[in-house]
Design a binder for this molecule. Structure first.
Ligand code: TTP
Length: 602
């Protein structure tokens, strides 16, 4: 038996709506949706999460729709014309903030029937912090029930509950375990309702209006349970308790899947929503996959799936599973590695272990400017500053929780073609500040700008920080956390602080034009500083203590491009990071780099 035999998968129910409901109780129980933020470049007003963000005279397409609204036929991504047809209480008006490429008819919404909070904004862009923090809190609750907690996206988590299931089986009679596992809201993968859901395509399911209805059927697998199945039934109890804890402690409902593999657990999870769960026992796997549309297999929801369909004529997992990897390679439908994975997924034998990963490996802030491209030094500098401030807020909060600090900074620039990224070391010193991140970003941009013509025509600009290192525990080495809070280094500090003085002054200096610094002399490449050394600005990073311009190693490998922090990119297909397997779906599909490990999207 595999080491990880009991995998759970949790997907939050209409997540952004659920988060908004914890902030505004008047949204509970009514048809409700969260709408996308669409701004003009100059629209930089900060709208806090606690402010009333109900849209009454404007809005955009819906990105999260409550189940009450879905019952009225409202679906996400719906434009307001269609939404109004479904929900006549919707009052539509002309667009308040027209977007250059698409003229949406935006809505004013009668809050008694369908209230629609706009996502919070900060630094002139959508501020997703409230949702990210909520997703993080979910992981922390789940960690009380599972040995491994793998954050898969903003609202999806995979958990390894093998040990917990084993403990439960050892301490509880199986009849009791079974009774709890088969409670209302729990489904088996062979029930009629489950199989009906499994025949629906991902695209149809994603709309979320039709089949995801609460079904309180009581199912029973019947017959005897072998040891593996007993473990899975116990795992179902653990996952059900974990889901209840999320609901009790945080007020969010979620759906779950339980299976011998992560892929099957995720599949099971999507079969009954909201606030339900589905167990996939080995005996049900073939039946479940038989008529499963290909686009419901992980990674085949986009062009890869379409390629398999067009080259091989297969449309279901059952049909694909009957082929061999060689068949796929011969037909030019996939390379050898992918072909093996696709076939294993189609047969339900793909084992992709749950990895313990609860935090982001890098933070990024970026913005699409579309046709209002950034052309001037001033505009670029202003946005780099805003991004740095946003990142610094996240770094500071993250440090309190995880006692770590970033040691590199990246900028990414898209001028209409492919994105260009530049990464350099970041020495935030003892105290740190947004200005240090800004300085690093400006220096990177300054070097980059030497290679391009003006006007810049920058369509997407972003800043990221990453390569986190753990900080020493408080109490050791003079208490570094105290040093962070102080403005002066403690006398017991093992190293002197990195200077916190802003080095760049004014926009002339921004691009180095006023003083026209000569290009830095060719220098021998030194090994990059690692760990605490990098954080403290010591060792090979000594140069970091001078002007930031000298900090930047332009020859440094392009470590990562920051994630694109747009709320929605309707054109982007979901994608899976080839390095760490983190899946970017829905809100994160538009990211240009992995939200977890920073690897570039291929
Ligand atoms: P999903 O998990 O796809 O959807 P959901 O949680 O709203 O609903 P369900 O119960 O059917 O799972 O997305 C998670 C959140 O991501 C969603 O609440 C809002 C956000 N999101 C976007 O920002 N853009 C998008 O295009 C979509 C689909 C979602």
């Amino acid at each position: 038996m595999a080491e990880q035999e009991c995998v759970g998968f949790i997907d939050m129910d209409c997540f952004y709506v659920a988060v908004e409901r914890t902030l505004d109780k008047s949204l509970v129980g009514v048809p409700c949706a969260v709408c996308q933020y669409e701004s003009q470049q100059k629209d930089t007003k900060t709208v806090d999460r606690t402010e009333n963000r109900k849209v009454t005279v404007g809005g955009a397409s819906l990105i999260a729709v409550s189940y009450e609204a879905r019952a009225r036929g409202v679906t996400r991504m719906m434009n307001t014309g269609a939404a109004r047809k479904q929900c006549p209480e919707l009052i539509t008006v002309m667009a308040r903030i027209p977007r250059p490429r698409r003229a949406f008819a935006l809505c004013a919404i009668d809050a008694t029937h369908l209230s629609s909070p706009q996502v919070p904004t900060a630094h002139g862009k959508a501020n997703m912090a409230v949702y990210k923090e909520a997703g993080q809190a979910v992981c922390e609750v789940l960690a009380d029930f599972a040995e491994k907690v793998e954050k898969r996206s903003v609202d999806e988590v995979a958990v390894d509950v093998t040990r917990a299931a084993k403990d439960l089986l050892e301490s509880t009679p199986f009849a009791d375990v079974l009774e709890e596992a088969l409670a209302p809201g729990s489904h088996q993968a062979d029930s009629a309702a489950t199989l009906e859901m499994a025949r629906e395509s991902h695209a149809a399911n994603r709309k979320g209006s039709k089949a995801q209805k609460e079904r309180l059927e009581r199912t029973s697998a019947g017959g005897d349970y072998d040891q593996e199945e007993r473990m899975l039934m116990a795992a179902a109890v653990v996952v059900s308790r974990a889901r209840r804890a999320v609901s009790d402690r945080l007020g969010f409902s979620c759906s779950g899947g339980v299976a011998p593999t992560k892929q099957l657990a995720k599949l099971g999870c999507g079969l009954h929503k909201p606030n339900q769960q589905t167990v996939v026992l080995p005996r049900h796997i073939d039946g479940l996959l038989q008529d499963l549309p290909l686009d419901r297999l992980q990674g085949l929801g986009g062009k890869e799936g379409k390629q398999l369909i067009s080259r091989l004529g297969v449309t279901t997992a059952g049909e694909l599973g009957a082929l061999t990897p060689d068949d796929l390679v011969r037909a030019g439908a996939a390379d050898e590695g992918s072909a093996r994975i696709y076939i294993a997924m189609a047969r339900g034998t793909y084992r992709d272990p749950v990895v313990h990963r609860m935090t982001y490996k890098s933070f990024a802030a970026s913005k699409n400017f579309y046709r209002e491209a950034l052309d001037t030094d001033e505009a670029v500098d202003a946005w780099l500053k805003k991004f740095s401030e946003e990142l610094w807020e996240r770094v500071t909060k993250d440090r309190e929780k995880h006692n770590r600090a970033p040691t590199n900074v990246t900028i990414s620039v898209n001028r209409g073609g492919s994105s260009v990224s530049r990464t350099g070391p970041l020495s935030i010193g003892w105290v740190g500040s947004a200005a240090v991140v800004h300085d690093g970003a400006v220096s990177l941009f300054r070097r980059y700008a030497q290679s391009i013509q003006t006007p810049y025509q920058i369509q997407t600009l972003g800043v990221g920080v990453g390569n986190f290192v753990d900080l020493p525990k408080e109490g050791k080495g003079g208490g570094i956390m105290n040093l962070f809070k102080s403005t002066k280094p403690a006398s017991s500090s093992p190293r002197p602080p990195a200077p916190q003085k802003r080095s760049s002054g004014g926009i002339g200096k921004f691009l180095g034009k006023a003083q026209a610094p000569p290009p830095p002399p060719a220098r021998k490449k030194k090994p990059a500083a690692k760990g605490m050394e990098a954080f403290l600005g010591g060792g090979p990073q000594k140069k970091a203590r001078r002007a930031p311009a000298e900090v930047i190693d332009v020859d440094a490998p392009l470590v990562h491009r920051p994630a694109n922090d747009v709320v929605i990119d309707v054109d982007a297909e979901p994608w899976t990071c080839s390095k760490c397997t983190y899946h970017h779906a829905e809100a994160e599909a538009g990211f240009l780099a992995c939200a977890m490990c920073g690897a570039q999207k291929e």
